[in-house]
Every structure is written in structure tokens, then in C-alpha cells.
Design a protein. Sequence first.
Length: 172
Amino acid sequence: NCVGFCCPEYYPKEFQYKTLWLHDTPAEDIVCVLYDVFDFLELVREQAGCQVLVHCSEGVSRSAALVIAYMMWRDRKNFDQAFDRMKSLRGSTNPNLGFVFQLMQWQARIIGAQNKPSTTSMYRIAPQSAYDPLYLVPKTVANPSFDALDSRGSFVVQTTSKLYVWKGKRCE
């Protein structure tokens, strides 16, 4: 459920939900939830006879973008291949431009990782949405540097060979 703010979990005893609060805007960060989505989809796939429904309000942008990302990750497809496959399954597929841009970056991250020069990435651990402040996700820091570390927060710094977790003195 990509739209927890407008589509409640009507049958919590009958179905297992993964609820997200994604807005269909180019500024919405979908990359920060991808690994949680992948874990959920893989968990369902491991259960015999189980199926999964990935949905948003219209099944055009948010849910389609998450399924495209999953196909890219699981099948090592590039964006065009995954998009074409998704479009063949659901003709109305049309992720917004912000999601397409993020999926192209995701492509470079998962397909081009072996050819990537030494880089450092930084993530700020923050709520995915104000609707669920306890659901914490890694939000990309645009310009990673020591100046970006805020003593009120927690950060993950990833280099080509190491992963560091930094917790600020004033972080609760």
C-alpha cells in the first residue's frame, strides 16, 4: 500500500500489509524505501501460494515505480527493460519524472556498481513520512561531507570498502 494516508488497512487479520506514505510528486524520495519493499516482496514470494498486490491510488506512478525498481534489482534489468515489461503488464504505467530520474540513478547504482570509481555516499536516518514518525529510512545526503553531520541525528557513511554509522551527541 503506497498510499497509507488515504487507503487504510481494511483487513489486517486477513492480509499482511506493507504500508508506505508516498506522494505522487517528483520530489518524493522512493529510493529510501526500496530495500524494505524488496524484503517484503521476497518474503511473500517465499511463501507457497501467496500473492502480493502493490498498489497506490491509480496504479500508474507510485506502485509502478516500486515494481519497476524491484524488477531492476531482482532480474538485473536496466530501467528501459523493466519499464517495458511493466508497461506490457499494465498499459497505464507512467511514473512521474522524479520517479523516473530516481530509477535511472538506481540503475547506475545497481548495474554500474562494479565499474564505479571510488565514491562516498552519506545517508541521514529520518522518518519516511510524518504519518509514521517511527518508520526510519536512509535519506540520501546530496553533498556528503563532515559539515553535513548534524549532532541531532544519525548518519550512515558508505565508502567503496567500508560502512560507518555515526550517531550525533544530541541524537535521541
